[in-house]
Write a protein that binds this ligand. Structure first.
Ligand code: SF4
Length: 363
């Protein structure tokens, strides 16, 4: 599929980036560091930037964290989003500190007067607001803490609360809005986003919240986010995983790559190994991934390249025929291949370095 098949939404400017309109689906993540810890937070954001993260969100649990935002913002290059729960004054401080977007949860930010204060601050700072609705913290749950709603009813309540908040913001002549509707399961998340997109042109931030550990979270997110993107819904995505946020960025791009919506890094082809394998393909491929995905120059130069690592010379060279380059190995050594041609023999200990050298030489 192509970005042009995605539903056109209104444009929302987040720092130097645009969410919605005809912009590519952007990738975001959230820091796992304590925002009061300046060094740890800046280091993590820079690492994520190098891995291709395009928007970063930080938790702002208290005023100490809020007062750090300006310094964090000045030390990083990607748009910074302040994640605010409960206390509207933190949102006002965050806007004053120069963040690029504020995320509020209508379920816990308080009444209209408090939202009004946040809007006023965002307006004067010229930044957008994300209305982040989570199934677990809906206003409706205060009156009905254990509802026996079917997924469709959950989705309707989520959309209603999002639209109530949208109306409140738009009544204040504020239109730079992004909405997210997240639940911990795919069904409610997908239904709520479909329903919302039928009713509004506001760009959607997609994600399945509390998706879980790496494998289950990546699978759940791929299905949930993938189903929506395949229907043309979604403008920016965040894959929630109980993992290093770097893996969230990687997983997000893999989803976009699989749907042909974005390009990101190389297409690494490796065999699953079998009884014929006499080299450690798993270790080699992990090492290549670690080096490429933590270096934005390598990531950029390897973009769209097919790179193969095969565990034997019986089937490896044949299976790697379509790769731009790569290695097929025997015992302690391997054949270096470029577009199906056997170029030279290299030692197993040099496979990773040779592949990295080759990527670096690409223009
Ligand atoms: S390339 Fe060789 S080692 Fe790898 S799975 Fe195929 S036959 Fe087995």
């Amino acid at each position: 599929m192509h970005k042009n098949t995605l539903k056109r939404t209104r444009k929302v400017k987040v720092g130097h980036l645009v969410i919605g309109g005809s912009s590519p689906v952007s990738v975001q993540s959230m820091c796992t560091t304590d925002t009061s810890n300046l060094k740890a937070t800046i280091d993590q954001i820079r690492r994520l930037e190098d891995a291709g993260c395009e928007i970063i969100r930080v938790a702002v649990p208290d005023m100490a964290a809020a007062k750090n935002l300006g310094r964090i913002k000045r030390a990083v290059s990607i748009p910074l989003v302040a994640d605010i729960h409960f206390d509207w004054r933190l949102a006002v401080e965050a806007a004053g500190q120069g963040v690029d977007k504020i995320r509020i949860n209508p379920g816990n930010i308080g009444g209209k007067d408090k939202v009004r204060e946040v809007v006023k601050a965002a307006k004067s700072a010229g930044i957008p607001i994300r209305i982040g609705v989570n199934a677990g913290s809906l206003k409706a749950l205060k009156a009905t803490p254990n509802p026996r709603w079917k997924p469709r009813q959950w989705a309707e309540v989520m959309v209603k609360e999002a639209l109530d908040e949208v109306r409140l913001l738009e009544a204040l002549d504020f239109r730079q809005i992004v909405v997210s509707l997240k639940a911990a399961d795919i069904e409610r998340t997908v239904m709520a986003n479909i329903l919302f997109s039928e009713k509004s042109d506001i760009p959607l931030h997609l994600g399945v919240t509390e998706a879980g550990s790496f494998l289950s979270g990546a699978v759940k997110s791929s299905i949930g986010i993938g189903l929506l993107l395949a229907r043309g819904i979604g403008d920016t995505i965040r894959v929630s995983l109980t993992e290093d946020p770097l893996m969230q960025v990687r997983a997000a791009y893999e989803i976009l790559k699989a749907l042909k919506l974005r390009q990101y890094g190389p297409d690494l082809i490796s065999c699953p190994t079998c009884g014929r394998c006499q080299v450690n393909v798993e270790k080699i491929i992990k090492e290549i991934e670690e080096r490429v995905y933590s270096d934005k120059v390598l990531l950029h130069r390897a973009e769209g390249k097919k790179i193969a690592v095969m565990g034997c010379v019986v089937n490896g060279p044949g299976e790697a025929r379509e790769a731009d380059f790569g290695v097929a190995g025997g015992k302690g050594k391997g054949i270096w291949l470029e577009r199906g041609k056997q170029i030279k023999v290299i030692k197993e200990s040099e496979w990773v370095n040779e592949i990295i050298r080759k990527i670096r030489s690409l223009k």
